[in-house]
Ligand binder design. Sequence first.
Ligand code: SF4
Length: 280
Amino acid sequence: MRRISYNNIINSIKDSVIEINCIASPELLNKYNLAINDEDNELSKKVLESLKENALIAKKKIIPICQDTGTAVLFLEMGTDIVIDGGFIYDAIYEGVRLGYKEGYLRKSIVDNPISRKNTGNNLPPIIHTKLVEGDSLKIIVLAKGAGSENMSAIKMMAPSDGIEGIEKFVLETVKNAGSNPCPPITVGVGIGSNFEGVALLAKKALIKNLFDIPEDSNIRVIELDLKNKLNGLNIGPQGFGGKTSVFDVAILMEPCHIASLPVAVNINCHVIRHKEIIF
Ligand code: SF4
């Protein structure tokens, strides 16, 4: 059994929460640069330059890139041969999230009850997805997920006969209806298969597909690039100002499903891509 320190998990989560909210990753800065070079619409190019400048100021001053510092979403891949030394792993995660939002001066965005809506005051609870794996490793992926893009996400239980044409139509409609609301350029995560609850999780995982051990599938990549081209043809553009940079990328994840079902979910992420992988 490998022992992993409870306090080490708290500190790593705390630091990650602050880092992803304030320090734009090289991946995000690269996406801005590519989009700035690619965009023909002068106004939209200026918008992209402003988004990049905003991210660079945030990085320099260690302040949030956006005022909506999000719901903390965590994916755990937990080896069966580890022991958390000093406490229960979910308590460590809660404490890491609480400290990160407190010490990073990040906005607390969670209400205790969706109807009466009192702010919990500490951005708790986070949303945690746990998968048990063989071995003595522990991987935690931390996301800060803003509401503007989450609110524009959608799920549909389609008929199997709808096929790939029906799936593409649904993705296009969802992004078109979202317009400027999810703060484009967006990343579009598409889940296909599983069942009602499973497909929503697939779409969320698709947004960070590169962090899971998923082999590249050239057939799926063709569909992703085709969808990306079609979505960029919608002329939504950065922050809705028009142009061809509506979408940074499209990522699809698929799983088996029932013979009578074709579940499809679209989870949207805004231009502020905020996630980090921690390996213990
Ligand atoms: S969708 Fe993203 S950029 Fe827009 S307000 Fe929310 S977190 Fe900020």
